[in-house]
Design a binder for this molecule. Structure first.
Ligand SMILES: [Zn+2]
Length: 236
């Protein structure tokens, strides 16, 4: 990896800054970055993914970050945890595509990885068709199928995202280069070089928090996912 010392220093600075955030700011930031990530995935893949979980016991609509934090990361336990009443139940992933939508089980990051074993010779299109929930859960958590396979030490030889250069432009500076690279399936240095060439500043936690507080992106995400979330329930 061509990661320079300078880049490592900067990442450490950002990490230190993140550690100083309050719990509320941290959740706000994570929610904001998750929304952006799903928007980027949407633009790259022409499918929108929305994690959905309404607690059957107290009817609370969990936010995507609550759903992800509520997983046990146990390959055999598909449930998440209600942040209000503690009840455990299985969340869904709604996939919106041109002309329709489908409701799938939503797996946690480690479940998506463990279920990919033995599927490395299946093309992305076939994987999406035969194993729709594994495919999409893996993308939500790991950015690409190739990236997910890499985490379990398997090389995935198929091309997934093409024609991405113009599509990532609006996300440069708003998201860390690492996160963009993960969703495209290219190296971080490729994204950084492109960003610098366009004269765009690197992602900053402080700027992201400011944007998140003004909540334009978050709201846009919730509006786009209309019917899935009740916006007012986010204000606690
Ligand atoms: Zn509940």
């Amino acid at each position: 990896m061509g990661m320079t010392m300078q880049l490592i220093q900067r990442q450490k600075q950002e990490q230190r800054l993140e550690q100083r955030l309050t719990q509320e700011q941290r959740i706000l930031l994570r929610t904001h970055l998750f929304s952006l990530r799903m928007e980027l995935v949407n633009i790259l893949r022409e499918e929108r993914y929305v994690p959905k979980a309404e607690c059957p016991k107290c009817l609370r609509q969990l936010t995507p970050i609550e759903i992800i934090c509520g997983f046990n990361r146990d390959p055999n336990d598909y449930t998440t945890c209600c942040s209000a009443c503690g009840h455990r139940f299985e969340p869904k992933l709604i996939c919106f595509y041109d002309g329709g939508q489908m409701e799938l089980p939503f797996f946690c990051d480690s479940q998506a990885l463990s279920q990919l074993h033995g599927k490395e010779n299946i093309s992305p299109d076939e994987l999406a068709r035969k194993y729709p929930a594994i495919y999409r859960s893996a993308i939500v958590h790991h950015g690409t199928i190739k990236g997910a396979f890499a985490k379990i030490g398997i090389e995935y030889r198929f091309e997934e995202v093409s024609d991405w250069k113009n599509k990532i432009k609006p996300f440069l500076s708003s998201m860390p280069d690492t996160a963009i690279a993960e969703c495209v399936g290219v190296s971080v240095s490729t994204v950084s070089a492109m960003r610098k060439k366009l004269g765009k500043p690197r992602y900053k936690v402080s700027n992201a928090l400011l944007t998140a507080s003004s909540s334009s992106v978050g709201d846009r995400y919730y509006v786009l996912a209309k019917g899935v979330y009740n916006k007012s329930k986010r204000k606690r």
